[in-house]
Design a protein around this ligand. Structure first.
Ligand code: NAD
Length: 321
């Protein structure tokens, strides 16, 4: 079994490798070659923690496994550890023997940012110049870096419910040589692409804030009840997702479906666009929206890429079973 601990991930996983792994597994999902298992999520009744498993099998890539982890809200104050903690386990699909254990914290942020970037690559207008950010927390910085590496944006504009967090986001944009401007919500109409990444349970971004031709990547809603954008926006947009079942139950589409504005049949897995089975954006005026809920196969694909790199460089700790 190969062990790649959390502390080694930053040196082993590039944003490009993460993008490539996520793009490939989204395509495999849409082709029916890879599927996610039902998600398990439990309140432990201990340390107020939420713990669960996200797993899947990519038959095309030969990757089987799960990510185990969750949210421990008191970690930072009581232990000086980050509150999100997870670990990926990979198994040999032929024998069922465990193959690898990989730290899952940084991996989660990079694979989530890769998903929105894949959507930008395949759905944004080629002439998009202004990137809008809604959210300025931990994930937002990863989202911003990945988006700026994916497309040549000339400017970043940002809004956050807690405006005091925006300078952290501005620093990332400026570090990457792109000017940043804080705006109010109507000011986001200037954006050609908008990434939303908040933990909100009520919509911030309304349909009136979004201009024709915009691509949105809605990345924060991954639980029943969370919501970042007005449901009417999904009624106006062409909606894509990572996985339809998750999108309509725990993703941003849950609200538009509940309101009868769209049905599950109106949501297209982005893998179909990557595979060429769906044409993607059809005009310069169309609003496209990617509902990124986060699937286990993203974690497994990226973990597999990390293990391969670690083994090739002789950096993984290999223990006999
Ligand atoms: P964080 O706590 O670091 O940041 C939270 C962000 O939400 C901040 O910008 C904060 O200002 C904003 N916010 C808080 N309350 C709000 C409200 N009432 N209205 C509007 N905005 C509000 O969290 P994070 O680690 O950056 O995660 C952000 C979200 O992304 C979470 O909901 C998390 O579950 C989700 N997430 C999704 C995936 C995925 O694959 N889709 C992966 C990881 C995290």
């Amino acid at each position: 079994m190969a062990i790649v601990p959390e502390g080694m991930i930053a040196d082993l996983l590039t944003r490009k490798a993460s993008f490539d792994a996520v793009e490939k597994v989204f395509a495999a999902m849409a082709a029916g070659d890879a599927y996610n298992f039902p998600v398990v999520r439990e309140a432990l009744g201990h340390e107020d923690a939420l713990y669960g498993f996200k797993g899947g099998f990519d038959r095309a890539g030969g990757v089987l496994g799960l990510k185990a982890g969750g949210y421990w809200p008191h970690n930072l104050e009581r232990r000086g550890l980050i509150n999100h903690q997870s670990t990926v386990f990979l198994f040999d699909p032929d024998s069922g023997r465990v193959k690898a254990m990989v730290g899952g914290n940084l991996l989660t942020a990079l694979r989530t940012a890769a998903a929105s970037s894949v959507s930008i690559r395949h759905l944004a207008r080629a002439d998009a110049k202004v990137l809008g950010m809604v959210g300025a927390g931990h994930q937002a910085k990863f989202q911003l870096r990945a988006a700026l590496e994916t497309h040549a944006f000339e400017k970043v504009i940002g809004w956050n419910y807690h405006p005091e967090m925006l300078p952290g986001l501005a620093a990332v944009a400026e570090e990457m040589g792109v000017p940043f401007q804080a705006v109010d919500l109507p000011g986001l109409a200037e954006a050609d692409v908008i990434v939303t990444i908040t933990s909100s349970f009520a919509p911030s971004l309304m349909a009136a804030h979004v201009s024709p031709g915009t691509h949105l990547a809605c990345m924060g809603t991954d639980t029943k009840g969370k919501q970042e954008v007005e449901a009417a926006l999904l009624g106006k947009a062409t909606v894509f997702c990572d996985e339809v079942a998750q999108s309509v139950s725990i993703g941003e589409a849950q609200h538009a479906v509940a309101a009868g504005l769209i049905g599950a049949g109106d949501v297209t897995p982005i893998g179909a666009v990557i595979n060429g089975a769906h044409p993607g954006r059809s005009s310069a005026e169309e609003i496209t929206l990617f509902d990124g809920t986060g699937v286990g196969l993203q974690d497994l694909a990226v973990a597999d890429a990390i293990v391969e790199t670690a083994l090739a460089r002789g950096l993984a700790t290999v223990v006999p079973l």
